[in-house]
Every structure is written in structure tokens, then in C-alpha cells.
Write a protein that binds this ligand. Sequence first.
Ligand code: GAR
Length: 204
Amino acid sequence: MQLLKIAILASGRGSNAKAILESIKTGALHAEGVVLLSDNPEAEALLMAQDYGVPAILVNRKAHPSREAYEAALLTELNHFDYNVVCLAGYMRVLGEGFLLGVKAPVLNIHPSLLPSFPGLHAQRQALDYGVKVAGCTVHLVDAGLDSGPILLQRAVPVLDDDTEATLSARILKEEHQLYTEALQRFQAGITIQGRTVKASAKE
Ligand code: GAR
């Protein structure tokens, strides 16, 4: 099986990024973390990656006058590395078409809802406000829309009567940490995309 060379983009705490790097460390994933890039100088993910021996690079969004200029700088840094998949792990910006055309590998994202419900920010709060009884998380391929690309894997999580945004988010996050590794294993084993549908590639 081909070694996954994973580039990670993260904006904040970095617990999903950490879960991926931990799966590599334990051998659950036959992969290598090649770089972690962040748009945010305060991102805890930057320090966390260094603890795993992964190069951590800040491309500060605020240091660039436009989204296009920022994404061009991000792409330049990314393309210094040899990667065959990009994982958005709590990366809180929508990637523009310029970036998606220039990136040399598929881009995956994890989102804390059962897409297509509740894309965008505060997905867990949106789910509570709507009153759904089942929430969850999704790993999907990234396209130019908002959390709209083909779905790789999903996991459902119950919503309890006394849930707050914090308790529901914590229950979903626990599942996210497992789901990203499972999605990467599935990706590595080979996938076929037909329209919106992602399936395991047929074995030869
Ligand atoms: C996670 O819940 C992730 O799914 C979500 O932000 C959190 C980041 O946590 N991402 C999005 O909402 C993207 N639309 P982390 O920094 O600890 O991984």
C-alpha cells in the first residue's frame, strides 16, 4: 500500500491534527505527516505538530492583503513539500479555486455535522437550534463550495435532551478523532468517485 504523505492545514486547537499524527505514531496509519500549515499565529496546532517532529509553518492570513495573495503564499509553502493528500483539520477558511487548482493532491476536510445538514460555522449550534435528534461528523473531499464535496465517511452521534453546544461538540469531537483515521485508511485503500458518490475501488 502506498505511503500516505499527509500535509495538514489547521487554524486552532489541532485535536484532529493530533489524532492523525497519533495514528501514524501508533502504526494505525501507514503514513507520514510531512507538514502542518496554519493561517493563525495563535494556533496550538503549530506547537503540537513540532512535538511530533512535523515541520510547522505559519502563513499568517493577516499578513496578506487579500485572500488570493494569502492562498498563493500558502500554496508556495505547501508545494515545497512532497505530499499526496491534504487534510483540513479544523481549518476555518473556505479554500478558493486558485488554491484548489494549484494543489497537487486531493484535499479532505472534517466537519462536525452530518452533511449536507449544517455546513459552515457553528455546525453543532445549528444542529441544536434546529432540534435534530441525531448529529455527527463527516469527512469529505473538498471542492470550491462550502463543505459541499463528495462524502467519504460519516458517523452519527445522538443529541441528548440536556445537551449544550459544549457537550454535543465534545461528543462529536471524540468520534471525529476516529473518523479521520478511518477515512484516510479508506482513501489509502483506493476510492472511486462517481458524481457525488465515493466508493471503495474494485479490487483487481
Ligand atoms: C472540529 O470540530 C472540526 O470538525 C471543526 O472545528 C473543530 C476543530 O477542532 N471544523 C469545522 O467546523 C470546519 N468547518 P480541532 O482544532 O481540535 O481539530
